[in-house]
Design a protein around this ligand. Structure first.
Ligand code: UT7
Length: 336
């Protein structure tokens, strides 16, 4: 017997520390107007040294809320799928930490490394385990601690103003009605462009001594690199493609979309997608203004807020879509 899966509970957690564009302009040559015009971002959250937050711990806080809202307990979770590009450790991943921190049985914990598309990849993975009947409740988390690893000098400004910290979580649960829940997911990759948005070192390809040797006078540059305009141009094309793919698979039209939750990469990208599909404002949810780009956490944070605001209701057609480093891109079509 094949089952469906549906999102039974959602939660989010963001650090308390708010960093405005003006705060950033004290650290580097940037300004509120540039950041708002190019990205829509007004502020973001950054973990503060000593506040106890890590990628795994923020994930746990979001997960606790999602589990409670799903009306189940930690003991009911059969598997953890954790999406992040900023794990607490190089290895092991954050999934096993969640298993330990939440006092779970020795359930499987899987980390997903798909950056901005990470949450949809994680959701699709969880969905498959539920569809086949292997598991009933899967905890899906997206969480990022970007602020610790960004270059807050002028050199890094085109990347560091964009990203923020936070976590979102969903409990995916077995659904017997095949017309309800995750109807389909669509996943893609194009590794040819892997280094257009990447953190190259430290890695097994570029160990720390090598980086220091190459840059003896400078700060050691293990900061992310992004070819912003190239990424932007690919993003708008792939977002549209993967949304269309999902709609076509389910014989749906853009009019059928009740809520599109795009990965919060840049408000300009979301607006471009909205215009190209001729969607009205109430059909698209954006909160990048408050949180910046939180990579794997952005979709579950946005979905949680949309749900909390009553904008995602039973019977609604919800579309999730993402594009990012890899390149990877993905969509998920959900009947709520
Ligand atoms: O989530 C994963 C996927 N990520 C994305 O989809 C992001 C896609 N890309 C973008 O969102 C945009 O490309 C950025 C927001 C990153 C950059 O915006 P842009 O309009 O592409 O700007 P640019 O990189 O072409 O830079 C324009 C100018 C440059 O100055 P000159 O050469 O024209 O004098 C930059 O040096 O803006 C300058 N600049 C800044 N100025 C003030 C770059 N960053 C900043 C800054 N503050 N923070």
């Amino acid at each position: 017997m094949m089952y469906n899966s549906r999102i039974a509970g959602l939660g989010k957690y963001v650090p308390e520390n708010i960093v405005t564009n003006d705060d950033l302009s004290k650290m580097m040559d940037t300004n509120d107007q540039w950041i708002q015009e190019r990205t829509g971002i007004k502020q973001r959250r950054h973990i503060k040294k000593g506040d106890g937050n890590t990628t795994a711990k923020m994930g746990v806080k979001a997960a606790e809320i999602a589990i409670e809202r799903a009306g189940i307990t930690v003991k009911d979770i059969d598997m953890i799928v954790f999406a992040t590009l900023s794990p607490d450790y190089y290895f092991p991943g954050c999934g096993v930490q969640v298993q330990h921190l939440m006092g779970m049985d020795t359930i499987p914990a899987l980390d997903v490394r798909n950056q901005c598309s990470g949450f949809i990849y994680a959701l699709a993975t969880a969905d498959q385990f539920i569809k086949t009947g292997m598991y009933k409740n899967v905890l899906v988390i997206g969480s990022e601690n970007h602020s610790g690893g960004l270059d807050f000098t002028t050199r890094g400004r085109s990347v560091s103003v964009i990203f923020g910290d936070g976590a979102g979580a969903a409990v995916l649960t077995r659904e017997e009605d095949s017309n309800k829940g995750v109807l389909s997911s669509h996943l893609h990759s194009e590794g040819e462009h892997a280094l257009e948005l990447a953190l190259e070192g430290p890695s097994t390809n570029k160990w720390v001594p090598e980086i220091i040797e190459e840059n003896p006078q400078e700060n050691i540059p293990y900061y992310p690199y992004m070819n912003g305009q190239f990424v932007f141009k690919n993003a708008v094309v792939r977002f549209a493609e993967v949304i269309n793919e999902g709609l076509a698979k389910n014989d749906l039209k853009t009019d059928d979309i009740d809520m599109l939750i795009p990965h919060q990469a840049n408000l300009r990208i979301s607006q471009f997608v909205q215009r190209s599909f001729k969607l009205s404002d109430h059909q698209v949810y954006n909160n990048i203004q408050k949180y910046g780009n939180t990579t794997a956490a952005s979709i579950p944070i946005a979905l949680t807020e949309a749900w909390e605001e009553g904008k995602v209701k039973e019977g609604d057609l919800v579309v999730l879509a993402a594009f990012g480093s890899g390149f990877t891109w993905a969509s998920s079509i959900i009947r709520w």
